[in-house]
Ligand binder design. Sequence first.
Ligand code: SF4
Length: 836
Amino acid sequence: MIEDYFTPEAAEFIREAITEAHGNEVFFVGKINDSSLVYDVRVFARGNRHAVPAILDAAKTGNVVVHNHPSGNLEPSPQDVAVASAFGNKGVGFYIVDSRVENVYVVIEPFVPGETVRVDNESAREYLLPAGPVARVLGEKYEYRDEQLEVLSNVTDAFNDEYLSMIEAGTGTGKTLSYLVPSILWSINNDERVLISTNTINLQEQLINKDLPLLRDVFPKKFDYALVKGMRNYFCLLRGEAVGQDLFDFIDDGERGSMKDVLEWAKTTTDGSLSDLAFTPPDDVWDRVSAESESCPGMKCPHYSSCFFFKSRRELSRASVLVANHHMLFSDIAIKGTAGPDSDFGIIPRYAKVVFDEAHNIAEAATSHFSLKLSKHGIMKTLSRLRSRKSKGGDKGILSYISHLAQREKDSALREVFERSGGALAAAVERIEAVSEEVFNSLYGFGAEISGEAAISIRLTEEIVRNEKWTGVEERFGALEKSLFSLENEIGHLLGVVESSPHADSHIKLTAELGGIAKRSLAFREVIGRFFGEGDESHIRWFEGNRRRAAIFCSINLSPLDVSKELSEKLYSKTKTVVMTSASLAVDRNFDFQKKNIGLSDDERFRGLIVDSPFDFRTQSLLLVPADMPEPGRDDYEDSLSRILSDSISITNGNALVLFTSYSSLNRVYEKTGKILEESGFAHISLFKQGEMPRGLLLEKFKTLGNSVLFATDSFWEGVDVPGDSLSMVVICRLPFKVPTDPVTEAKIEYMEKQDIDSFREYILPHAVLRFKQGFGRLIRTKTDRGVVLVLDRRIVSKYYGKFFINSVSGSAFFCGKTEEVLGRMRDFFFRTEKH
Ligand code: SF4
C-alpha cells in the first residue's frame, strides 16, 4: 500500500511531477520521517538515467530515491538492480512507483541507524573455551590458550567502548580468532560491517580459506564475509570487447595466444577475477583487459549491470566482515577523505570498525601508498596504448583505430575530428617519446656524475637545486610537462566533440580508453609539478637510477615525510574502533615508537596491551652471540662471518635462515660460505639465495627439501613461517639499522634533528629493534619447535643500545662468549634436543 511508504503530501507531489513530465520517467529524492514514511520529496531529474551518478552524489544516507516506471510494470530491470545496489552501499533506499503512484516496489530500504548493541564479553569468550563451539569443531586439534582470551576481551572492549587499541600478541597466541569472534558478534548485533586489513596475501588467504569458514560453521547465526580485491584484479567487459573486436589492437605478436585464452576464459568465468584464471597471463596482456578506474565510465558503461568488478562490489555490501589489504584501505580512506571510512563513497563499502593485523607494517604501507613515482617506463607504457611499435605488421593501437574512423565514420563532424585529432595525437606522442628519453637520461647522467656511482639514489636538496647543471634537467622536465599537456588537450578536444555527439554511445570504448590515458598523463604532470615545484615540505623528493647493459632506468619520486597526520585525520578521528595487532609492535615493552609513527601519540582513546607468547622460549630457543667477531664494516668482518656461518651450518646440518641487511653483502657471503662448506665436506647442504627464484617457490623448496640454507634480506625478515626441523637456526648477520644515506631515512633524520629530537633513539633504534624481533620471530613457530638465533654483530653486547635488542627477546635463553664457546653451546643445544 502506497500509504505505508509515503506521506499523502509526498505521494501527491510525486503524482503531480510525473503528470507534468507527461508520464515519463522522473527521479525524486525524499527523506524518511519517524514513522518510516517518505516525506519532503524533491524532483531530481526528468527522464535521464545519466543523472543517476549526480543523484548518488546528492542523496544522503537514510534518504530514498524514487522513480516511476511509465509502463506500470514495477519489476526492477537489471539496471535498476545495479543502480539500487550503488544506492544501497550508501545507505540510500531505492523505490519504484507507477505513474499514478498507487503501487510501490521497494528494491532497497534506506539505512536507519538503530540502538548500539554491545558485545557481551563472557559470551564472546565462550566461543574459545576448552569445551566451546570452536573446540567442538576442531576436536583434538584445538589448543586452548589463556592469552587468546586476553586478546579477545581487549578487542571486545575496544568494539564496545570505541577504543583505538594496540595489541602485541606473541607468536602462537592465536590472535586471528581472538579478533574475529568479537568482529563477527559486533557485526551481527549491530548490522555494521567490520573491515580486517592485512599486509600479506598469505594472511588474507588464511582468513578467507580457514579461519572465517571455521567460524561460520560454529556461529548460530549465518554471516557473510568477503575478500576485497582491487579493481585491476577484474576483467573489464568493455575493454575486453574492444580487444575481441580488434578495435585498437596493440598486443605484441608473441602474446596473442595468451590474449586469446584470456578472452575465452572471460566467456565462462563467473567472477571475472584474475585468481579464477588457471594460468598467469603476461602483465601486458592482463593490463590490456583489466578494469581500471581511469578508463571506467561507471554507470554509463553498457556492461555496468553485468560488470564483474561492480558485481563484486555489490556482493561486498552484503558481507558482515570484509578482508582487505593495508594498501586498499589507505586508497579507500584517501578517496573518502575527511568523511571517514563509515561513509558512502570509496572503493570499499562503508565500515564502522577496523582491525589491522600485521599492524607493524601500517607506517610503511601508508608511506608507500602515499608515495608518487614517475619513470620513463611508466610514460612509455601509457603511450603504447596509443601507438605500439612492437608488432611486425606495423604500428598498432588507438591511433590506428582513429585513422580507420577518419575514413569510415559516417557522421561528417566526427569524421573531421578523427582526421584532425589523429594527426595531432600522433605528433604529441612522438614529442613525448623523444623528450622522455632525453629527460630521464639527463637526470641519470647528472646523478651519476655528482655521486660517482652507477646505481644512484639521491635526495633533492637545496645543494642539488643550486648546482648549475640542475637547471638543464629542470628545463627538460618542463618540456616533458608541456608535451603531456598538449596530449591531454588533444584528447580533451576529441572527447568534447565525440561525447556531445548523438553517436557518443557507439564510441564509448574509444572515449573510455582515451579518457583513461588523459587521466594518467595528468597524474604524470602532477608528479613533475610537485617534484620541481616549491613549498611541498610534506614530501621527500628523490630520484634513483641504474644502468643495465645499454639501458638506463631512472625515476623521480615523492615520499611522505610523515603519515601520522593523514592517518589521524582520515582514519582514527573518523572510525569508532581501530584495533592494531601484530607479534612485534612494542619496543622495550612500550608502544611509544609505534604511536608516534602512526599518529596516535595524543589520542585519548588509545589503549595498549602486550600479551606474551604461550611458547616456552627459555627452553625452546637460545640466543647466541660470539663476542670476538670483528665489528661489521671492518675489512675482516665478512671472512669471519663466512667462517662461523659455515661452522654453524655444519652443526645444524643446514636448516638455517641467514638474514642480511644488504644484497651485496648477501652475495659475497653466499659465495664464500658455499666454498668453505664444499671444501669441508658439506656439499650435500643446499644453499639458496633470495632472487634466484620467486619468493613462494624459494620458501617451499627450503621448507620441503631439508638440510637447506636460505640467504635472504628485506622481506624475509618477516612473514617466513617454517615450523619444524627445516628451520633450526636463524642467523642475524648485522643489526638491522636503516641505512642513513637512504634519501627517505636521511630526510627523516634531518627533519627530527631540526626539531631537536634524537633521531637515533627515537627512530633508527626502535625501528631496528622491531626488525630484529621480527627476524628472531622466524625461529619458533609451534610449541614443539627448538632452535638457536645466532647474532653475528657484536655491537649487540659492546654498545649501550645492545640491551634493547636483547631485552626485546628476553624470553629466550642467552649466551655470549668466544666463538668456540658459542659453537660448543650450539652443539650442546642440538645434542640435548636429539636426546629428547
Ligand atoms: S563498468 Fe567499468 S570496469 Fe565494468 S565493464 Fe564497464 S568499463 Fe569495465
